[in-house]
Ligand binder design. Structure first.
Ligand SMILES: [Fe+2]
Length: 422
C-alpha cells in the first residue's frame, strides 16, 4: 500500500479510473488496518498487564475499526461514494480516550483529562482513529520507557523555575538585594551584582521560552479537540491566564499560578548567612531544572535546560567558595552570627549536644553525634534521654475580655465577670 499519497479525488474519476480508486482505497484502509493490527497484537500480548476493563475497551475499539473497514468495503463495492464520510455519532472525549489509553502499559500511561475536557462531545469513530494512531506512534517511535509531553502543559511547568519560590526571579532579586545591601565594597559586592544580573538574563531566557511554547496553542477546547483530541485532553491542564491575562506570554507566577512574592527572597546583611542560603537556592534550582529535563523531549527546551544546569553547577560551587573565602578573609565564621558572644548562651549544656527524642539510637552513629563540631569550637555529645529543664508550664487564666475558656471558672463566676464588664 506504499506509493504517493492520493490527492483530493474527483468522485466521477473514481468510476472510470480503477487505479485511482485502488490508491484511494489503500490510503483509506491504511489507518484502520494498522489500528486493527496493533489492537489485536495488544490483545494477544500476554506481557501486557491488561485488566478485564482494558481488554473490553480494546475489543470495543477493534470492533469500531472493523465496522469502519466494513463500511469502506461496502461503499467501494457499490462503486460510488467510497470517500463519503459515514455518520459518526458524538461521544464524550473521556470515553473515547479510555480505550486508546488501554493500549499503553499502566506504568507508562499519563492521562491528563479534566472533567470539562472529558465531557466534551467529539466524533467518536474519527477521534478514536486519531487517538489510536497517536498512541501507536508514540509507542512505536519513543524510547522503550518514558512518557509523552505536550508543549502547552510544559509551558506551565516551566513557570516553576521562572516565578516559583526557588525560580530565577527569586535568585535574581535575592542576589541583587544582597548586593545592593552589601556594606563591604570590592569583590563581595561585585560578586552579588554580577550573579544577580546573570540571573535576570535567565529570567528573560525562560520567559521567552514559555512564550515560544505557547505559540499556536489552541485558544479553546473545541479548537484543540477538533485537530487533535490528545492535545484537547491535555489542553485542560494548561494555564488559562497565559492567554487571558498574558496574551500568550509568560507570567511572574509558579506552575500552579501562584504569584511570585518578594518574601521568597532573603538579604540578611550577614554574608555567611546569605552565602549558605544561596547554596541551597542553587541546589533546589538545579534539582527542579533536572526534574523538568526529564519531562520534555523538545530538543530546544532541553538545550536551554542543559545551559541552566551547568550555570547552577557553577553557582553552587561559587557560593561554597565564597563561604571559604569569607573565612579566609577573617570576616565571618560559624555559627552565624559569629560576632554574638558565646558566653551569652548556654554553651556547656546545649551548644553541642544532640538530643535523642525518638525510639532507637540510629542517629547516634552520625557525624553530628560525636567528635569535633564543624565550627571548631566544641565537641558533639549525644544525650540518650533528654530531661525537662523546667517544670511543666501552667498558664494563669487569660484576660476575660478575650473570652478564652479559662480553667476553674464556674458559670456563676463567669456571670459575675460578665456583669462587671457590662
Ligand atoms: Fe539561574
Amino acid at each position: 500500500m506504499g506509493g504517493a499519497e492520493p490527492g483530493p479525488a474527483d468522485p466521477a474519476a473514481l468510476d472510470t479510473d480503477p487505479e485511482l480508486l485502488l490508491r484511494v482505497l489503500c490510503h483509506e484502509f491504511r489507518t484502520p488496518v494498522s489500528a486493527l493490527t496493533s489492537l489485536t497484537r495488544a490483545l494477544a500480548d500476554e506481557r501486557l498487564p491488561l485488566t478485564g476493563d482494558d481488554r473490553r475497551a480494546i475489543t470495543g475499539l477493534a470492533h469500531e475499526q472493523a465496522v469502519h473497514l466494513q463500511g469502506l468495503l461496502r461503499d467501494a463495492a457499490a462503486g460510488t461514494g467510497a470517500l463519503a464520510p459515514a455518520a459518526d455519532p458524538a461521544a464524550p472525549l473521556a470515553q473515547v480516550l479510555r480505550g486508546a489509553a488501554a493500549l499503553v502499559p499502566p506504568h507508562r500511561r499519563l492521562t491528563g483529562v479534566t472533567r470539562r475536557a472529558g465531557g466534551c462531545p467529539v466524533p467518536r469513530r474519527r477521534t478514536r482513529q486519531v487517538v489510536t494512531n497517536l498512541v501507536e506512534n508514540a509507542l512505536r517511535h519513543r524510547p522503550a520507557e518514558g512518557r509523552v509531553g505536550i508543549h502547552a502543559a510544559f509551558a506551565r511547568r516551566l513557570q516553576e523555575v521562572l516565578g516559583g519560590k526557588w525560580g530565577e526571579m527569586t535568585v535574581a532579586n535575592q542576589y541583587l538585594y544582597q548586593g545592593w545591601n552589601c556594606r563591604l565594597p570590592g569583590k563581595y559586592k561585585d560578586l552579588f551584582l554580577d550573579v544577580g544580573t546573570e540571573e535576570m538574563g535567565h529570567v528573560e531566557m525562560i520567559a521567552t521560552m514559555i512564550t515560544r511554547l505557547l505559540e499556536n496553542a489552541p485558544l479553546s477546547l473545541q479548537e484543540a479537540a477538533a485537530d487533535n483530541p490528545m492535545v484537547g485532553a491535555i489542553y485542560g491542564g494548561s494555564n488559562p491566564a497565559h492567554f487571558i491575562h498574558g496574551g500568550g506570554g509568560a507570567l511572574p507566577v509558579d506552575s500552579a499560578g501562584v504569584p511570585w512574592n518578594g518574601n521568597f527572597i532573603t538579604a540578611s546583611g550577614n554574608l555567611m548567612a546569605d552565602f549558605q542560603l544561596n547554596v541551597t537556592a542553587e541546589a533546589q534550582g538545579r534539582l527542579q531544572v533536572a526534574r523538568l529535563f526529564n519531562m520534555t523531549d523538545d530538543p530546544g527546551v532541553k538545550n536551554m535546560l542543559r545551559f541552566l544546569l551547568a550555570r547552577d553547577t557553577m553557582h553552587q560551587n561559587m557560593w561554597m567558595a565564597a563561604i571559604e573565602q569569607l573565612k579566609e578573609d577573617g570576616l565571618e565564621e560559624m555559627p552565624v552570627p559569629d560576632a554574638f558572644p558565646d558566653s551569652k548562651e548556654f554553651t556547656e549544656q546545649f551548644s553541642y549536644t544532640y538530643l535523642d527524642f525518638s525510639p532507637g539510637t540510629d542517629a547516634s552513629e552520625g557525624r553530628w553525634a560525636s567528635g569535633p563540631a564543624p565550627d571548631g569550637k566544641g565537641e558533639f555529645r549525644y544525650d540518650h534521654s533528654p530531661r525537662a529543664h523546667a517544670p511543666e508550664p501552667v498558664l494563669p487564666p487569660g484576660d476575660p475580655r478575650l473570652y478564652g475558656t479559662n480553667p476553674g471558672l464556674a458559670k456563676g463566676a463567669a456571670n459575675k465577670v460578665k456583669s462587671k464588664l457590662t
